[in-house]
Design a protein around this ligand. Structure first.
Ligand SMILES: [Zn+2]
Length: 339
C-alpha cells in the first residue's frame, strides 16, 4: 500500500481530532413538528377525489418529513363501518386514504377529538387500527379507557419523548368505558395523575389538548385549566387544537402552551387559520418552540410569503394571574359548546 492509499484515512482521523471531544459524543437534539386539525372526509374528501390524496399535503411534505417526530390531530374516523351519530357534522374517511399521512411524514397522531367517534365505537376502533397499521402511532383513543389514556413513547437520539392526549369538550357525547373503544376525556384530576406518572418515564412529556371554543381567538378558562394542570403536573409543552383558528400561546411557569394550532388540512377552501409548530428538544431538558402561521388557501397549507404571517410565541406572563387566584379558590370553569 502506497502513502496515497493512507491519505483518506489520515484525513478522516485529522477531522475527528479537529472536532472538540464533546461535539463527537454529544447526543443530537430531537426536532418535532406539530400541526393542527386534519380531515380526510367531507370537502377535503371531495378535493382528494379530484386531485389525489397527496394534494393537500404536497407543499408541506418535505417539512413534515424532515422532523424526527411529526404530530397532527386526525379529526375524522377512518372506517367503512358504523352509522352517523346524532350531531351537526359527522366525518368518516375511506380507510384507503390513511396511507397519505405516513407518506407525508406523520409519525404520531392524536385521535382524542370530537370527530373520531362520529360513526360509533366500532368505527373508532377501526380508526385506531388503520392508523397503527399504516405505521403511525396513535394517542388518545383505544379499545378501552386504559388504552386511550396510555402514555405513548417515541425514542429518538437516545431520548424518550412521551405523549398524552385529551379531549376537553363538554358535554361528552361518548362515555369512557373499560370494555369498549373510547377516547381519552380530559379532567384536571386525570391529567394531574397521568402526567405526574408519565413524567418519571420520559425525558420530555408533551400533552395534546383538543379543547376550546370554535373560531374564538382567545382560550377559554376551561382550556387554560386543563393546560395549567398538565404543566403543574410536569408536562413540558401543551399542543392544543379544535378552535379551527390560531389562539395566542402562553408561557406558564416557564413552559409553553400552544392553545390552538388551528387548522392544517380541514377544508378545501382553506377556512379558518392554521399554524405550524417547530420545537427542538435538547438533551438535558431544554425545549425551544416556535409557532408560525400557515397560508391555507386552496386547501393546500404552505408557508406564507408575507412577513406579517409570523406569529411570535412571545410569553404572556401574568395575563391569567386573576384566573390562577380564582383557581386557588376552586371556582368552576366555563362550559364549552361543541359541534
Ligand atoms: Zn374538534
Amino acid at each position: 500500500m502506497t502513502l496515497l492509499n493512507y491519505k483518506p484515512i489520515a484525513l478522516c482521523c485529522l477531522c475527528l481530532i479537529a472536532l472538540p471531544l464533546d461535539a463527537q459524543t454529544r447526543p443530537r437534539p430531537v426536532t418535532l413538528v406539530a400541526v393542527g386539525d386534519i380531515l380526510l372526509a367531507d370537502s377535503v374528501g371531495r378535493m382528494i377525489r379530484k386531485k389525489g390524496a397527496d394534494f393537500p399535503f404536497a407543499r408541506m411534505k418535505s417539512t413534515l418529513q424532515n422532523a424526527d417526530i411529526t404530530f397532527g390531530n386526525l379529526e375524522c374516523c377512518v372506517s367503512k363501518r358504523g352509522a352517523p351519530i346524532e350531531k351537526r357534522f359527522t366525518f368518516r374517511a375511506d380507510p384507503g386514504l390513511v396511507g397519505v399521512l405516513k407518506r407525508s411524514g406523520f409519525t404520531i397522531v392524536s385521535l382524542a377529538n370530537n370527530h373520531t367517534w362520529d360513526y360509533g365505537r366500532n368505527a373508532l376502533e377501526d380508526t385506531v387500527q388503520s392508523v397503527r397499521e399504516s405505521g403511525i402511532k396513535t394517542v388518545g383513543a383505544g379499545r378501552n379507557r386504559t388504552e386511550a389514556h396510555r402514555l405513548v413513547i417515541i425514542e429518538k437520539n437516545g431520548m424518550k419523548i412521551g405523549f398524552l392526549a385529551y379531549l376537553g369538550l363538554i358535554p361528552a357525547l361518548i362515555s369512557e368505558s373499560e370494555t369498549e373503544p373510547t377516547l381519552s376525556m380530559a379532567s384536571e384530576k386525570a391529567i394531574t395523575a397521568e402526567v405526574s406518572r408519565a413524567r418519571k418515564q420520559v425525558d420530555f412529556l408533551l400533552v395534546s389538548l383538543h379543547a376550546g371554543q370554535e373560531m374564538a381567538q382567545r382560550s377559554t378558562p376551561r382550556q387554560r385549566g386543563f393546560a395549567h394542570a398538565a404543566i403543574d403536573a410536569g408536562a413540558d409543552m401543551v399542543i392544543g387544537h379544535h378552535p379551527h383558528v390560531m389562539q395566542l400561546p402562553e408561557t406558564y411557569h416557564g413552559k409553553q402552551i400552544f392553545y390552538s394550532l388551528g387548522n392544517f388540512v380541514f377544508s378545501s377552501e382553506g377556512r379558518g387559520s392554521g399554524s405550524f409548530l417547530k420545537a427542538t428538544l435538547y438533551p438535558g431538558g431544554k425545549l425551544i418552540a416556535r409557532q408560525t402561521k400557515l397560508d391555507l388557501s386552496g386547501g393546500q397549507p404552505h408557508f406564507s410569503s408575507s412577513l406579517s404571517s409570523l406569529l411570535s410565541s412571545k410569553p404572556i406572563r401574568g395575563r391569567h394571574r386573576k384566573e390562577r387566584a380564582a383557581k386557588r379558590n376552586r371556582k368552576p370553569v366555563g362550559r364549552t359548546p361543541q359541534e
